[in-house]
Structures are given as structure tokens and as C-alpha cells.
Design a protein around this ligand. Structure first.
Ligand code: ATP
Ligand code: MG
Length: 420
């Protein structure tokens, strides 16, 4: 009989039982408790325990010691890696980003260092008991995001929490408690001091999720938007249209690239690149976001696209997302969707093997035809390929004939004037 691998939940429970049998308190903690209480499927199951990292490491065969200085050990059970964190209190935050150190403590102190009441609860799976020192259950019932403790102080400690508040409010459809919201409005500018990587990660989570439009609006309303990266303030005047575009992207989750493109679309290309650099996205992401933004306007006038233009776009790795982006943009602007639908039908009618066929004319052909290498080479190859994609060339012989014609034309054309 083959046994099935444990679920993440079962893996976390197994860890809790092992810790418990060794005499340690061990509980499910944070987001998974919130999600269970809300009848949502948790993304991951985190364990909090009274055992110190060396004790945790001693009890399990497979561990990763990535965050031991913060009391975090990752424990492997079957295919799952579960975060096991020692109950702790954070020392003073001196830089608005991370505590200067941690002290191991008890569940009550551990709850107090967490960000929002809904994220500050524990669940004891052995006793089937919710442990709530912070009023998380009450706030779930009232559908409120409320900072644990004094919100001014909590956002001054770690500025990223402001963006996390926006994310949880949007994702869960909760309102923000008044004092929590007022503290964010007051501290919004200090989000600029958080590392771009953390901001980009959090912004990505907000924008990729189906609640993206709400998250975007909330980030703007509380005043975080202009400070997310240097230059983000240029988006404020476009915020309502961006919100409609984000909403029009629909209910499924989307890639970071499509999400960023939907936001950055109104900016000039230099600013789009700059935003990606400022947010420290990968080069790959930056190239794709730029490609999406640069080509989206071409698809809103689709009847102007030649067959070759369309095929070259379809050969791009994010063509489907480009179509989604333009459809959403047209919807947001309440523009006529008919031309875009026509384009969709045109694209669908193109057989896959005709999108990016191997070129009929290559550098080898030009070489064999004794056409000297030089600036004309690339022009000839590109134009021959465009002609091929447009269905004007069908055989290598036709392609070579075109090359000869083009060489003659290029030779007889007047040489470009050089600037002295
Ligand atoms: P998700 O379901 O999106 O993963 P989550 O609540 O699990 O949400 P995580 O970022 O995975 O959020 O963090 C796990 C828990 O750690 C949170 O529930 C919260 O208790 C705590 N936490 C995370 N980040 C912070 C922070 N910046 N400040 C205080 N507590 C935090
Ligand atoms: Mg989580």
C-alpha cells in the first residue's frame, strides 16, 4: 500500500505533537488561525513554540536554520517545510524596519509583537482551543483591521505594516479601524524608508490578487501611493483609471508583470523602466513590463496592425497577457470593444506554426549570394522575414530574389548624409 504524503496541516500537527511530547508548548500561529476562523483555506501553517531553536533542531531530522537569530527554524515533514518560531518579544526597532534583537518569551508577548489583531491569535490543535490575547476574534466578527497595541508606535517600528494593513483590508474586504487608519495616514511618507524589495513583494501581493482594485484604491486613499518608489507620485492623477483597469482584469490572480503593467501604463517608457529598477524587479520582469506597456496602445488600434505585426506580437512570451491588458484598458475607458474582439478572432485564426516560422532567408543565404556583410544585412533579413510573415514570400527562391532586389535598391539609394 502506498501512503499519501501528509497535507501541510497534518505536517504542522505532527510537529506540534512532537514538540508537545517533548514537554514544550506548541501552537498554530498567525495567518493560518485567522484563515481557519474565517473558513478560508490557509496559505501556510506556522507553528509557534516555547522550545528554543537548538531544542527544535534537536527534535527533528530535517531542519533549515535560516532565521535562527530570530528564533525561526524551518522543519521538513514529507514534502512540506513548516516554519517553527520560538515565542518571542522583539527588542526596540531602531531603523523602522527590523528589531535590533529578539528575546524568547511566552505566547502572550509573542501575540503582542504581531501586526494586527486578526493575525495575532494561536490555536492549540490538541485541545482544539483558540488562544486570543488581542481581541482577534472580535475583530474578525466586526471585519476590522486593527493594529495590536498603539498603532502609531507599531507603524513607526516597522513601516511595511502600513502596506500590510492595506493588503489584509483589501483581501478580506475588511475596514480599517479608525485609529489604525489615522496612524497610517500620518506615517504614510515613511514607507519610503522600507527596502524596495519588501515594498515590491507586498505591492505584488496586493496587485496580483483578485482584490487588487480595492487594494490600489486603499493605498492611494491612505496616502501611501506617492511614496512607494521615487516617481510613484506621478500616478496619483491617474489613480481612478488605474483602479478601473485593475478591476477590469477580473477575478483570477495575475502575474507580477501584468499587474505592474496595468499600473504603469500611463507613464512614459523611461518612467516605467525607472519604476521597475526602483522596485528592484528582475531584469526579466522589467523587460516584460516595458514590452506590455509599449505594445498595449498598438492593440487598442488593432485594425492598423499588419499580419506580420500581429504575428511578431504573438511570438512574444506575454501575448495573452497583452490581450488581457488591452481588453481591461478598453473596458476601463468604456471604449468600444469591437475592434479588440476582431483582433482576438484574427489572432485565433492564425495557425500556431505560422506565428514564428523559421526564416526563409538567413545570413548563410546572403553569404552564399556574395552579399557583403554590413549594415544592409540586418535590414534585408528583417524585411524578408516581415514579408514572409505577411504571406508575401513562400519559398527560399522567392526570398533570395527579394534580397537581390533589395540590394539593388539599397545600392542605388543616395548614401545617408553624415553630420560633420
Ligand atoms: P498570508 O496568508 O498572506 O501569508 P499571513 O498572516 O500568514 O498572511 P505572513 O506574512 O505569512 O502573513 O506572516 C505570518 C504572521 O507573522 C502574520 O500573521 C503576523 O502574525 C506575523 N507578521 C508578519 N509580518 C509581520 C510584521 N511586519 N510585523 C508584525 N508581525 C508580522
Ligand atoms: Mg503566511
Amino acid at each position: 500500500m502506498t501512503s499519501r504524503p501528509p497535507t501541510a496541516r497534518a505536517a504542522a500537527l505532527q510537529i506540534i505533537r512532537t514538540l508537545h511530547d517533548a514537554g514544550h508548548t506548541a501552537l498554530l500561529a498567525g495567518g493560518c488561525v485567522r484563515d481557519m476562523l474565517m473558513q478560508r483555506r490557509p496559505v501556510d501553517f506556522d507553528v509557534a513554540t516555547g522550545a528554543t531553536p537548538p531544542q527544535v533542531i534537536g527534535l527533528f531530522r530535517r531542519t533549515q536554520k535560516v532565521g535562527v537569530q530570530f528564533g525561526v527554524v524551518i522543519v521538513g515533514v514529507g514534502p512540506h517545510w513548516i516554519e517553527v518560531a520560538t515565542f518571542r518579544s522583539d527588542f526596540d526597532y531602531t531603523d523602522g524596519r527590523r528589531p535590533s534583537g529578539v528575546q524568547f518569551s511566552d505566547p502572550q508577548h509573542d501575540a503582542a509583537r504581531r501586526d494586527f489583531t486578526i493575525n495575532g491569535m494561536f490555536f492549540d490543535p490538541l485541545k482544539r482551543e483558540v488562544i486570543d490575547y488581542v481581541g482577534g476574534q472580535r475583530d474578525i466578527r466586526s471585519r476590522l483591521i486593527r493594529a495590536i497595541g498603539d498603532p502609531q508606535q507599531r507603524f513607526a517600528e516597522d513601516h511595511l505594516r502600513m502596506l500590510r494593513a492595506v493588503r489584509f483590508a483589501a483581501r478580506l474586504g475588511f475596514a480599517m479601524d479608525d485609529a489604525t487608519r489615522a496612524a497610517i495616514v500620518r506615517h504614510a511618507g515613511s514607507i519610503a524608508r522600507v527596502s524596495p524589495e519588501r515594498i515590491c513583494d507586498e505591492l505584488g501581493r496586493i496587485l496580483q490578487h483578485s482584490s487588487r482594485a480595492l487594494g490600489w484604491r486603499e493605498a492611494n486613499v491612505v496616502g501611501l501611493l506617492p511614496y512607494l518608489w521615487r516617481g510613484a507620485d506621478r500616478l496619483v492623477e491617474h489613480a481612478p483609471l488605474i483602479e478601473s483597469r485593475l478591476a477590469a482584469l477580473g477575478n483570477s490572480s495575475i502575474s507580477l508583470e501584468l499587474a505592474l503593467a496595468a499600473v504603469l501604463l500611463p507613464l512614459p517608457v523611461g518612467d516605467i523602466r525607472h519604476a521597475c529598477v526602483a522596485l528592484r524587479t528582475s531584469n526579466h520582469t522589467r523587460a516584460d513590463v516595458t514590452w506590455l506597456c509599449q505594445n498595449a496602445p498598438r492593440l487598442t488600434e488593432p485594425d492598423a496592425l499588419t499580419l506580420a505585426d500581429l504575428k511578431l506580437l504573438m511570438a512574444g512570451r506575454r501575448f495573452d497577457e497583452l490581450m488581457k491588458l488591452t481588453a481591461a484598458d478598453l473596458k476601463a475607458r468604456r471604449a468600444n470593444p469591437a475592434p479588440h474582439r476582431r483582433l482576438e478572432r484574427r489572432a485565433r485564426a492564425i495557425p500556431t506554426d505560422e506565428i514564428a516560422p523559421p526564416p526563409l532567408l538567413t545570413g548563410d543565404h546572403l553569404h552564399a549570394m556574395h552579399i557583403p556583410q554590413g549594415p544592409n544585412y540586418k535590414t534585408i533579413l528583417e524585411q524578408a522575414y516581415v514579408a514572409q510573415l505577411n504571406g508575401e514570400l513562400h519559398t527560399p527562391a522567392e526570398a533570395r530574389a527579394l534580397a537581390v532586389r533589395m540590394m539593388d535598391e539599397l545600392k542605388s539609394a543616395p548614401a545617408p548624409r553624415r553630420n560633420r
